[in-house]
Write a protein that binds this ligand. Sequence first.
Ligand code: AHR
Length: 694
Amino acid sequence: MRIRVVFSLMVLAVAGFTAVSRSSFVAAQQPVTLTVRVDQPGVKIDPLFYGLMTEEINYSYDGGLYAELIRNRTFRDNPQNPVNWSVVKYDGGEGSIALENDPVPDTALTAALKLDASSLKAKQRVGVANEGYWGIPVKPDTPYRASFYAKASSGFKGPLTVAIESNDGKTVHAKANVGQITSEWKKYTVTLRTGKQVPSQEVGRPDQGSTTNRFVISTETPGTVSFSLVSLFPPTYKNRANGNRVDLMELLVAMKPAFLRFPGGNYLEGPNYENRFNWKETIGPIEQRPTHMSPWRYRSSDGMGLLEFLHWAEDMNAEPILGVYAGLHIDNGARILTGDALKPHVQDALDEIEYITGGTDTTWGARRAKDGHPKPFKLRFVEVGNEDWLNMGTASYDSRFTMFYDAIKAKYPDIKIISTMRSQDRNFVHSRKPDFLDDHFYINIPTALRQAHLYDNYDRNATKIFVGEWATNNPRVGDTPMMAFALGDAAWLTGLERNADVAVMNCYAPLLVNVNPGGRQWAVNLIGYDALISFGSPSYYVQKMFSNNRGDVVLPAKFDPLPTLTPEEIPVAPQPPAAAGNNRGNGGRGPTPPTGTFDGLYVSATRDNGNGDVILKLVNVQVKAQLLQIDLQGVPTIKKDASGEVISGELGAINTVAQRLNIVPRQVTIRNAGTKFSYELPQHSVSVIRLRTR
Ligand code: AHR
């Protein structure tokens, strides 16, 4: 063995490769040559290649990105009970709360919460408390903007005390008084500011702050007080009114997404016609939004409405990819709208595009200006429906797609139209040729590895692909992906990059999950959070690494020899005990055992046209480290100092709110780069390396 290693070193030295340490050779055993033809740029990678897909699922907006802290703020979540609200009593005070049908004039607000405090005696207090989305996050020295509609019984003197306090009521983090509540509905607004220091109650949390808090509006004055639309906002990203949570936006912006696909997903379709994403009911002041049920079994406040989606995209410097409702719902085909019944919704789509792109001299452009954004947004892509191959949608899709296609192209000929039929629906015939097909993949690890070659032989003249949802997520256990899934994702992404001429854009799904018990409807999501802390998963970091180093053109790259794996050697996603015995859960291999051989290494080589950098994305799914002899051909110079990032770790490694940085990429500095140099890939790793040519 020792003789063989020494011999290999000699051979490599003769071939001109920079030597690496002997221990690396021992670990990596069989060196592999990676040849990259820098002088033969191939297909272009569209700047839109990496984007985000989003919908209301897993408390993605309410209880997630949308910064509102009050849960069930319009008291519609349950018509029988004021869920998430309770009565709180202090100093022997008595009182009760009840839901009432008591509309606020000229708004969409119908339900109210009535506090009966009529039996209060001197120095007693009673109030209504909201528990937030698994707690109200309290941070030090932070302003919170509270607002609510209220009216009181005649003669009620007030004031009302508005407070953020610990759940046991013992610590008041911030409070203010609001006076003169009248017997007519009126909106009140007040700012609460927390102290310079707030207790940090959670173990292991790096930020000072806590979630074990409630929001309370209370009174010492006898009488009754009714409330409607109670709201509490912390500071938001870019200080937008009705805006987004700062930490989550920072995680998303760091990914440098080029587009945002919204509003779904199943959320676009809705569980039924009444609860489709009806964009016209999601614009304007929040008191004008009636709210609706999401297909994920909770009511959406619609605080994240059409304009907020557009703001969100704008704040990330991303383009919108708009999904328009197309007559299908998540109801097994119970009521699919076609023909004349669909026509008003085709008009809705045209109105929606006008709202987004129209000048202020158009009806809907003027409405957008009134809502606060006079400048039109850029919109180049519209998707007609979502997954119309499901819910018995296939038979009617061609006619539905044609109606939207004709109407949109007639008015907006430059808009590219995406069909939700997949490239695998080979027998489906479109009467109008879509600009893109939307492929969706939720796959296990072997499939992800195999699919690194999915588009290698795709007909270059066929319709281009938008991979509008994908994830390595099987077995479907856990909130966010473990490292094993990130390996599958990375391998698959190298295949997408290599085939960027046909797979032009892609986005992972789902994007967000509130990890509190009851928060998640879909297992395995890119970014997790509770009310205070957010974290990226290993898959998040893979996407961030790839998206931040996209490159503009693909360079031919080849391993020689290409190590292969048997099915037994494929990385296995360890199972949490709860999933043991579940037939979907055999370590990410899926119900049918994989057969054949699998690549052990994956590569995408690209060039950044701006600065000439050569970018290597390398995935080692082998259980051993792999030494590479990298041979960059057709380039006169590669600077010897190069940098990169690598993520590797235990296959079951995850990040959590308590350990949000448990597994993250580490920086790599290379001092021996050149047109020929050696580099070792750690076992089970994803590396992105930037090589400078000038
Ligand atoms: O991403 C979760 C769901 O998966 C989406 O809503 C739907 O489009 C797909 O089936």
